[in-house]
Design a protein around this ligand. Structure first.
Ligand code: ATP
Ligand code: MG
Length: 139
């Protein structure tokens, strides 16, 4: 088992819907250490930079408009197998297909408005952590 870090985001639908606290409580209960956390509203350009890997997908314009529509909470989470574990706790991308008890199943409302983000691999986690916490000594 290796200690990993992943980037998690509580998306604008969840912040606006008042469920950030519940999601943070689940993060604590699952045993993650919150290495860094901040709340901000992304510009459209910042959302486009973050999701650049999806720029040719049909949902890119709507996704980046959504991600810049309100405040988000961005965190670096640390745990054994943090990347896969956070994705398990979030559930499948589409809340309708997510397993019962997962965050997206309980709080997501559509495949786009699915309340949380999680890095999907070590290299994307490194990119995403640096995107939001550049030059920050994360201890
Ligand atoms: P995330 O990267 O946000 O953790 P994910 O890895 O489960 O989610 P991706 O395929 O990376 O899913 O898609 C990124 C985000 O784009 C999704 O979380 C969702 O908000 C949005 N999205 C994905 N597929 C669709 C779709 N078919 N229609 C609309 N929005 C979508
Ligand atoms: Mg993804």
């Amino acid at each position: 088992m290796v200690i990993e870090r992943t980037l998690a985001i509580i998306k604008p639908d969840a912040v606006g819907g008042g469920v950030s606290g519940e999601i943070l409580a689940r993060i604590h209960k699952a045993g993650f250490r919150i290495v860094a956390i901040k709340s901000l509203r992304l510009t459209k350009a910042e959302a486009e930079g973050f999701y650049a890997v999806h720029r040719s997908r049909p949902f890119f314009a709507d996704l980046t408009t959504f991600m810049s529509s309100g405040k988000v909470v961005v965190m670096v989470l640390e745990a054994e197998n943090a990347i896969a574990r956070w994705r398990d706790i979030m559930g499948a991308t589409d809340p309708a297909k997510a397993a019962p008890g997962t965050i997206r199943r309980e709080f997501g409302s559509s495949i786009q408005n699915n309340c949380t983000h999680g890095s999907d691999a070590p290299d994307t986690a490194t990119f995403e952590i640096g995107y939001f916490f550049p030059g920050v000594d994360l201890i």
